[in-house]
Write a protein that binds this ligand. Structure first.
Ligand code: NAG
Ligand code: NAG
Ligand code: NAG
Ligand code: NAG
Ligand code: NAG
Ligand code: NAG
Ligand code: NAG
Length: 436
């Protein structure tokens, strides 16, 4: 077993970097950063621009896209998404495991790009590795959907910050060492460089994303420097500056949840205790208003999960309105974007029940359409009719393809839920009419 793994790893590491997008396209268009190549999205004030037109969009999320094992299913997903009006799909540009997980990954055909077994990760360039991400980028380019690629995860899912910490600074008492330790930052940048250089000439890339939902705390608590010393803001600046040295054209964004760091954050009563709201007091580590001031952050992101953020306020008879809170959250981010002078994207949002989806989404989507010109991206896109493994395959964790349906977390919406689906296809039509 052991020899086999070493031989395999060596072969993977030795594989040459594929020059898939070797030629540099002609420069085109205008934006705040000047000319960008044709087909690249850029910004002008609070709007996105594509080839000298405004670009407003409905997008969605499908983290599982590069986990598919057949080209057919990737094509089907992107073709159906495009037909529904989705212009931008966000997916994970990371997939890391440790060597303990390698045998299972190999036997289940799981996609993985990084394997940790020391302070330096190994790269899987092979058919079960980056070749799958290559195909997603190629298919997106051919079919005409753009991609947001995130480089790592706050969560441990599919390999995140905790994996870097576990291998480079084992025993660290804090999660936020991820944002400050030089050896961790060097390994993060080694991965970022590899991905950026691989796809930097592709117009299919909408934007690079630093991290999904960066927070001071993860499974580990936050340390004394986070949030007080603005550690995440510093990290956003450092990493976006670094990416700009590798790629002068593609947009860069945070991937943050959009927490505010206000001097006078709102508070609420919880069980007789006046509680400061962590979405506004900077406790999570983000400073949404400050994100706009980071030179190489081209646009900002925010997420909206009111049910999981305020479980203590949502009970029968409560005077808290989850729907109204969502409207307010959208308005506040629109106001911040106006002040910050850059576009904003509602990058993830979801509610768990069908009933709530029907009640909340039309008003929330309309609010976003009414208040700003950026993007609206529900979590998460559901695909039906997947064919690999006969339409049934466990992927990882509880994620599985069942009867041809992509992984079904409670927030997933599928095409056959026509009343929910049509909320987004209608919004996409509005966004298209503004993209001229
Ligand atoms: C694993 O995925 C590859 C495509 O990446 C596919 O060609 C192969 O048939 C799959 N193997 C199994 C056992 O499903
Ligand atoms: C590696 O992965 C396994 C399985 O997920 C996990 O139990 C273990 O803690 C991880 N870390 C190390 C350092 O092996
Ligand atoms: C990972 O490292 C351990 C300890 O050095 C070693 O026993 C094991 O074979 C390694 N696994 C792989 C897949 O390289
Ligand atoms: C960050 O990830 C950890 C798991 O590593 C999780 O416990 C925490 O809630 C996450 N925070 C988010 C999503 O902001
Ligand atoms: C809701 O009830 C709490 C007490 O539980 C009260 O402090 C608060 O003012 C009420 N909010 C509204 C909007 O009525
Ligand atoms: C996904 O799960 C929900 C329940 O959470 C269910 O109503 C729906 O039918 C499922 N969809 C598919 C395609 O499996
Ligand atoms: C949609 O299709 C899936 C998979 O075929 C099925 O499980 C689900 O019940 C269907 N939902 C509706 C609303 O028809």
């Amino acid at each position: 077993m052991r020899l086999q793994f070493s031989a395999l790893l060596t072969a993977l590491i030795a594989a040459p970097l594929l020059g898939v997008w070797a030629s540099t396209p002609a420069l085109y268009g205008s934006g705040d950063r000047g000319r960008v190549p044709k087909g690249f999205v850029t910004t002008k004030g609070t709007k996105f621009r594509l080839d000298n037109n405004d670009f407003a969009f409905v997008g969605s999320n499908s983290y599982w896209l590069p986990l598919l094992t057949t080209k057919h299913d990737v094509d089907l997903t992107l073709t159906d998404a495009k037909a529904a009006g989705i212009k931008v799909m966000r997916t994970w540009g990371f997939n890391a495991i440790n060597a303990t997980e390698l045998p299972t990954a190999l036997s289940t055909n799981l996609t993985y790009y990084q394997v940790w077994n020391s302070t330096h990760f190994d790269v899987n360039y092979g058919a079960q590795g980056l070749e799958r991400l290559d195909y997603v980028v190629q298919a997106a380019e051919r079919i005409g959907v753009k991609l947001i690629l995130a480089f790592t995860n706050n969560w441990s899912g599919y390999g995140g910050a905790e994996l870097y910490i576990e291998w480079i600074k084992p025993g660290s008492p804090n999660h936020d060492i991820f944002y400050s330790d030089p050896a961790i930052i060097a390994e993060y940048q080694r991965y970022v460089k590899l991905i950026v250089n691989r796809y930097k000439n592709s117009p299919a890339i909408f934007a690079w994303e630093l991290m999904n939902e960066a927070r001071c705390l993860g499974d580990l608590p936050s340390g004394p420097n986070c949030p007080k010393k603005g550690l995440i803001s510093k990290w956003y600046k450092q990493q976006s500056d670094y990416i700009r040295t590798l790629d002068q054209y593609h947009m860069i964004t945070t991937g943050g949840e959009g927490h505010f760091f206000w001097d006078n954050p709102p508070s609420f009563w919880n069980d007789g205790v006046l509680t400061v709201d962590y979405n506004y007091d900077g406790e999570a580590g983000e400073d949404f208003d400050g994100d706009f001031k980071i030179p190489n952050i081209d646009f900002t992101t925010y997420h909206l999960y009111v049910d999981s953020w305020y479980p203590e306020l949502i009970y029968s008879g409560s005077n808290f309105s989850a729907y109204d809170w969502g409207l307010q959250w959208i308005q506040q981010h629109a106001d911040a974007a106006k002040k910050g002078g850059k576009p904003v994207v509602l990058e993830e949002f979801g509610v768990p029940t069908y009933q709530e989806k029907l009640q909340f989404y039309p008003g929330w989507v309309q609010k976003a359409l009414d208040t700003y010109h950026g993007g609206i991206m529900p979590w998460q896109y559901g695909q039906l009719g997947l064919t690999e493994s006969g339409g049934n395959r466990p992927i990882k964790y509880a994620d599985a393809i069942i009867d041809g349906a992509s992984p079904n977390d409670t927030n997933t919406f599928y095409k056959n839920q026509t009343d929910i689906w049509s909320i987004f296809t209608r919004a996409a039509a509005v966004q298209n009419s503004r993209s001229t």
